[in-house]
Write a protein of this length. Structure first.
Lengths: 167, 101
């Protein structure tokens, strides 16, 4: 009988991959809203995996920023655009086959590379707010400030792009 | 078998492949964008797993930065898609061939 964290790992990993598959290649529907909803579920299962890896702060940020802010943005844009046409289009069978082969080869290469790596020593590190905040505001202070500048630039750029007419 | 670094890395590789499949197989710009998000998340998972099994918090700080940059990237990308849709009335990559020779 495996330990509980191992069982939880298999559960969350299976859910992540299942929802991820349903997000990109749902066999029943090609509605973008369905894809967005499955992306939310994928991200929430990933947050579960983060908790299992002791990255508690990142799990919270993942749910807040990705499943909250980013997905609301996605849904807004999906509902802003009229995407009814998507469901009437034919899938390009050749492109789908070639893409699947390429993806399978890349997955094989990645997994082979992972398996040939040496396992690291088992140690414990807790990604709670306190140690993460300490390292963020000492060692990584400059990248942190640059990041805030990047967010400002993105905000100004988005406002400029969404104006009615560009001058 | 004890769950270790390899397990997480395999999940990360599979998730990355799923995202790549979405980018290659789907023809809707928004769903392609969701595939990109999946690939970013797969990289995040690998970084957090490395951070956990090397007892080093730098990986988690990197993931924090990636999440922030991804949020900015999504905002800019989606506003570009909206601007494109206004001009061409389509969010379908097969309709966007004006750069084709």
């Amino acid at each position: 009988m495996p330990a509980l964290p191992d069982l939880l790992f298999y559960a969350f990993a299976g859910l992540t991959l299942l929802f991820g598959f349903l997000c990109v290649a749902n066999p029943l529907t090609r509605n973008p809203v369905t894809s967005a909803m499955f992306l939310v579920l994928t991200i929430c299962s990933l947050a579960g995996l983060f908790v299992l890896l002791n990255a508690f702060f990142l799990a919270a940020v993942q749910v807040l920023v990705y499943a909250g802010a980013v997905m609301v943005l996605f849904l807004f844009v999906i509902m802003l655009l009229d995407l009814k046409e998507e469901e009437r289009r034919q899938l390009n069978k050749v492109a789908l086959g070639a893409g699947s082969v390429a993806v399978a080869v890349i997955a094989g290469i990645l997994i082979k590379a992972v398996m040939s790596a040496k396992p690291a020593a088992e140690q414990l590190v807790e990604g709670t707010t306190k140690p993460l905040g300490r390292i963020l505001f000492t060692q990584y202070l400059l990248p942190f400030e640059i990041l805030s500048l990047l967010l400002l630039v993105a905000m100004v750029g988005v406002i400029l792009l969404s104006k009615k007419e560009l001058k | 078998m004890q769950v270790g670094l390899h397990h997480y890395l395999v999940v990360s590789a599979l998730l990355f492949s799923l995202g790549l499949l979405g980018v290659l197989a789907r023809r809707n710009l928004l769903v392609i964008y969701m595939g990109l998000e999946l690939m970013l998340n797969a990289a995040n998972l690998a970084l957090v797993a490395f951070s956990r099994y090397n007892a080093n918090l730098n990986g988690q700080v990197m993931v924090f930065f990636i999440i922030t940059v991804a949020a900015a990237e999504v905002a800019v990308g989606l506003s570009l898609i909206v601007a494109l849709y206004r001009k061409r009335q389509s969010a379908h990559v097969e309709d966007l061939t004006s750069l084709k020779l």
